[in-house]
Design a protein around this ligand. Structure first.
Ligand code: EPU
Length: 430
């Protein structure tokens, strides 16, 4: 199994460039299924989740061409409507966006239920509620979500989401873009990638209003035309490097970010005694003194992101005093805690709450990444720890972080890939 080996304890210095946002890319690429013509998508992150979603589009007959490292052209003019292969869909959480996109385009979608990082239950009932509100019939049988619209074209509907769901908000937007009439999504999620998907669809001729607020209105249009679009920078990738500097110390300029998207992370790091200076499209992060304790509760945007919870926990393990971490989005997201304990962390978990007693020093240990952000957090902890940390399960990390080893090495981290045969490839989730 290929692993990362980190020799920790070195402060980080230099500049890191942030890639395009994973959770925007995995929705915008399926959105190309709705477009008659060629979409040119720029700032696409080179991560395995993107490779997989592009493979699924190709399997449906899309013409996919890499223009350069970060730009892809997708032409879905000649796609076929057929079931999405189980082997591809099960590896990526975001395969659920194919339901909304195919339903919108053809009035029929057959997609295997998505897998999922073990973050507790990951239902998609709110997505289905939205499709039903637009007139679709949805059944789950023979290992497929089978959604069909009698007559082919969905009709606008009104849906109130019982909980703020990123996936349901985007999936309903996808389905509604070509529907007949007006769809209203109430209690919608407000994440930056929701706005990015709306901007992408609008730039191709859709009529979506209110993205970024909790009421989104989609007036269906007859067709979408091709065009060019650039994906926003990845808020969580940037936050992860901010946490790495906070934990390991040093000074790093994190470039190609939208500082506003990082507000909740910046505010928490400032409270913890880390300097964060906002520039136009960069943040300068510096930590020279001790880390102060803090309480963190994860919430939908603009709250502190759940996808930064394990990484901030790594920093709090080294803080002076006791911190309380509360998971407010997922049922459970503490599977990494046992691994942190191997490194000397003092953490007690009770349901959604973790109490972290800061220690003077973490020590390197062999650990296993149990999901994407847990893996990222193990890197953060390993960079700060004394001695060697060997991280297994890195296919989870490569699903969501482009060139993480190169980016960290460029700021002085001692991190390398230990290539070993028989690598695991069982990726899931997102
Ligand atoms: N929920 C339901 N029913 C639904 C949908 C969601 O009960 O139909 C619940 C979930 O169980 C959860 C909460 O609502 O408790 C929020 O879930 P949401 O739908 O917002 O999550 P998601 O769309 O499945 C995306 C990201 C996750 C990120 C969450 C929250 C993608 C592919 N995944 O998941 O990203 O944690 O939003 O921000 O966009 C990651 O990148 O590491 C990751 C896990």
């Amino acid at each position: 199994m290929t692993k990362y080996l980190i020799h920790g304890g070195k402060p980080l210095h230099g500049t890191i460039e942030i890639s395009g946002a994973k959770n925007a890319a995995v929705a915008i690429i399926p959105a190309a299924l709705l477009v008659d013509g060629k979409c040119r998508i720029e700032n696409v992150p080179q991560i395995s989740d993107v490779t997989l979603i592009l493979q699924i589009l190709q399997d449906l007959g899309a013409d996919v061409r890499a223009v350069n490292r970060t730009t892809v052209e997708i032409d879905c003019s000649h796609i076929r409507n057929k079931p999405v292969p189980y082997e591809l869909a099960r590896k990526i959480r975001a395969s659920y966006y194919l339901v909304g996109a195919l339903l919108g385009r053809f009035g029929r979608a057959q997609v295997p239920p998505p897998g999922g990082c073990n973050l507790g239950g990951r239902p998609i009932d709110q997505h289905i509620k939205g499709f039903i509100a637009m007139g679709a019939e949805v059944e789950v049988h023979s290992g497929l979500i089978d959604a069909r619209m009698p007559g082919g074209r969905l009709s606008g509907g009104q849906v109130y989401l019982d909980m703020v769901s990123v996936g349901a908000t985007m999936n309903i937007m996808l389905a509604a873009a070509l529907a007949d009439g007006l769809t209203i999504i109430e209690n919608a999620a407000k994440e930056p990638h929701i706005v990015d998907l709306a901007n992408f669809l609008n730039s191709m001729g859709a009529n979506i209003m209110g993205a970024g607020t909790d009421v989104i209105k989609v007036r269906g249009v007859k067709s979408l035309r091709g065009g060019s679009y650039s994906i926003i920078p990845d808020q969580i990738e940037a936050g992860t490097y901010m946490a790495a500097v906070a934990a390991a110390g040093g000074e790093v300029l994190i470039q190609n970010v939208i500082p506003k998207h990082l507000d909740s992370i910046t505010a928490k790091l400032l409270e913890m005694g880390v300097d964060v200076e906002e520039l136009d499209d960069a943040v300068l992060v510096r930590r020279t003194g001790p880390i102060s304790r803090a309480n963190v509760k994860t919430m939908p945007y603009p709250g502190f992101p759940t996808d930064m919870q394990p990484q901030i926990a790594a920093c709090l393990c080294l803080a002076r005093g006791t911190s309380v971490l509360t998971e407010g989005v997922w049922e459970s997201r503490y599977r990494y805690v046992d691994e942190f304990r191997r490194m000397g962390a003092k953490i007690q978990v009770d349901g959604k709450v973790a109490v972290i007693e800061g220690v003077e020093q973490l020590t390197g240990a062999p650990v296993h990444a149990c999901d994407l952000r847990a893996g990222a957090a193990m890197i953060v902890a390993g960079l700060a720890a004394r001695g060697d940390t060997e991280i297994g399960g890195i296919y989870h990390i490569e699903r969501g972080y482009e060139n993480i080893v190169e980016k960290l090495s460029s700021v002085g981290a001692d991190i390398q890939i230990l290539y070993q045969p028989d690598d695991e490839t069982q990726s899931q989730a997102g």
